[in-house]
Design a protein around this ligand. Structure first.
Ligand code: C2O
Ligand code: CU
Ligand code: CU
Length: 503
């Protein structure tokens, strides 16, 4: 061997490679894995007063229609002292006003797009005609306007609005386009619940962000197959927020307006709270909980009891979402965030106990279901078919109830959102749904390898040519094609063709 030194060198080189390369790769993976968990829990200096989005009650037209104006525009905002970030917002730099209307009212929203590109405005959770829904078919070109009108015909609820342009929803929402749309009704108004907007009834719009010099850093990091995951939390556009409260009972309307991150909300001191509402409105009776998990698009209304002079911190804890070791870490499951500090005044306005009964559930129980459909969630597409603008995937009959069985056939987190209809979660993996899923829902988390059964009723109106959407609300997944379209038709009618698209 000594006679062929080049061979010895070669063998030594190969041996080194065999040892070093895996060690290097292993080292990198460990480094990336270790660096992937974020925690701001317990280390937040709550220095900014929580902003409350302005309440827009609109103007009443002589015929009684409530008219709102929304302009989508570019802006700049100082989230951090002396550093401006380029943003998008409705009627302002970031987020939008809270729209508010009452059941039975006719509303009209004059949407103007002053952005440099086309977008749409979708009313998430709203029961309304498909042509007013603001999905990817109701595009508003740059400089153009769109004026949807409909009648509010559903129970009091915390809904929201955001853009829905096909393939670009994640980026449009990330830049700041989102707002709340609160609905009231006679029943909710008759209950003694904290209901003074911005005082004892606080909007809590939760988003994760990452900043660069003058903008948001919206890049997806390695292995984050959920989509964008940020490192800091904004609540109503405020970093490290606190809010002073002056009542014993405080209602928080939690909205997960993040594009991929799932939150597991709880108080740092582990106090319990009452869950009073889910996506579609009030639950039948207050439910005492110490955790509520929300995936993107979901809402929860909770009521927390405060003692004079104390402070408590709303937090997001590591997820209990059935994710495997890898996804738990790389989909943000191990992250912990301080969300909002509540500071109680030295003397608090006394509040009566919560009512024992809140509202009757308006979602069907599935007993009269006309049919059952199956949806397999996969990043490649729902039932393995990516979204196509010119293909209607399902036709449902107006007035009928259906059972939709949704299975996460993927290793990664997904959820499922249906436009127009609220649903009841009948079961999760064959068992009764957990308490936070017992109210009306329009978005539900579906853990890897699990199945949810939903009952929904399609109350129309029929429009065979204009589809509603169903999709994963992790918005990058939606943009990748995890979306399908359904139309509502009269009995016996066939689906038409979506107007002005495809071919
Ligand atoms: Cu919140 Cu189809 O969207
Ligand atoms: Cu929606
Ligand atoms: Cu998904």
């Amino acid at each position: 061997m000594a006679s062929v030194p080049w061979l010895r060198r070669l063998l030594l080189g190969v041996a080194l490679l065999v040892v070093l390369v895996p060690a290097l790769i292993g080292g990198c993976v460990t480094w990336v894995y270790t660096g992937a968990a974020i925690s701001t829990a317990g280390s937040t200096d709550f220095r900014n007063e929580l902003a409350i989005p302005p309440l827009a009650e609109g103007a009443l037209d002589p015929d009684g229609t409530r008219i709102f104006d929304l302009e989508m525009r570019t802006g700049r905002k100082e989230f951090r002292p002396a550093q401006t970030t380029e943003t998008w917002g409705f009627n302002g730099d970031y987020l939008g006003p809270t729209l508010r209307a009452r059941r039975g009212e006719r509303v009209e929203v004059r949407v103007r797009n002053a952005l440099p590109e086309a977008s749409t405005v979708h009313w998430h959770g709203m029961h309304l005609p498909a042509a007013m829904d603001g999905g990817p078919h109701q595009t508003v070109a740059a400089g153009a306007s769109w004026t949807p009108r409909w009648t509010i015909d559903q129970p009091a609820a915390t809904l929201w609005y955001h853009p829905h342009p096909h393939g670009a929803t994640e980026q449009h929402v990330r830049r700041g386009l989102a707002g709340l749309f609160l609905l009231d009704d006679e029943n909710a108004e008759s209950l003694s619940l904290p209901a003074e907007y911005g005082v004892d009834d606080l909007p809590v719009i939760v988003q994760d962000v990452k900043f660069t010099g003058s903008g948001f850093d919206n890049a997806h990091r390695i292995f984050r197959n959920a989509g964008f995951l940020g490192e800091q939390i904004l609540v109503n556009g405020t970093l490290a927020p606190y809010r002073e409260v002056g009542a014993e009972l405080v209602r928080l309307r939690l909205l997960n307006a993040s594009t991929a991150r799932i939150y597991n909300f709880a108080f740092a001191d582990e106090r319990t709270f009452a869950l009073i509402g889910t996506d579609g409105g009030l639950v039948p009776r207050p439910l005492t909980l110490d955790r509520v998990q929300l995936s993107p698009g979901e809402r929860a209304e909770i009521v927390v009891r405060m003692r004079a002079g104390e402070r408590t911190v709303l937090r997001s804890n590591p997820l209990d979402a059935g994710l495997d070791f890898w996804n738990q870490r790389f989909s943000g499951g191990d992250d912990r965030f301080d969300i909002l500090e509540l500071r109680a005044a030295a003397a608090l306005r006394p509040a009566p106990p919560l009512p024992a009964a809140l509202a009757a559930l308006s979602v069907p129980d599935g007993a009269q279901a006309a049919r059952e459909r199956h949806f397999d969630l996969n990043l490649a597409g729902i039932n393995n078919v990516p979204m196509a603008m010119d293909r209607i995937d399902l036709t449902v009959t107006r007035g009928s109830t259906e059972i939709w069985v949704v299975r996460n056939a993927d290793g990664m987190p997904h959820n499922f959102h249906v436009h127009d209809a609220q649903f009841r979660v009948l079961s999760v993996n064959g068992g009764p749904p957990p308490a936070p899923l017992t109210g009306a829902k329009d978005t539900v988390f579906v853990a890897p390898d699990s199945t949810v059964r939903l009952a929904l009723r399609f109350d129309g109106p029929a429009d065979p040519d204009t589809p509603y959407m169903y999709h994963c609300h992790l918005l990058w997944h939606e943009d990748q094609g995890m979306m399908g379209q359904f139309v509502v038709v009269e009995p016996g009618q066939a689906a038409g063709a979506p107007p002005g698209h495809g071919h």
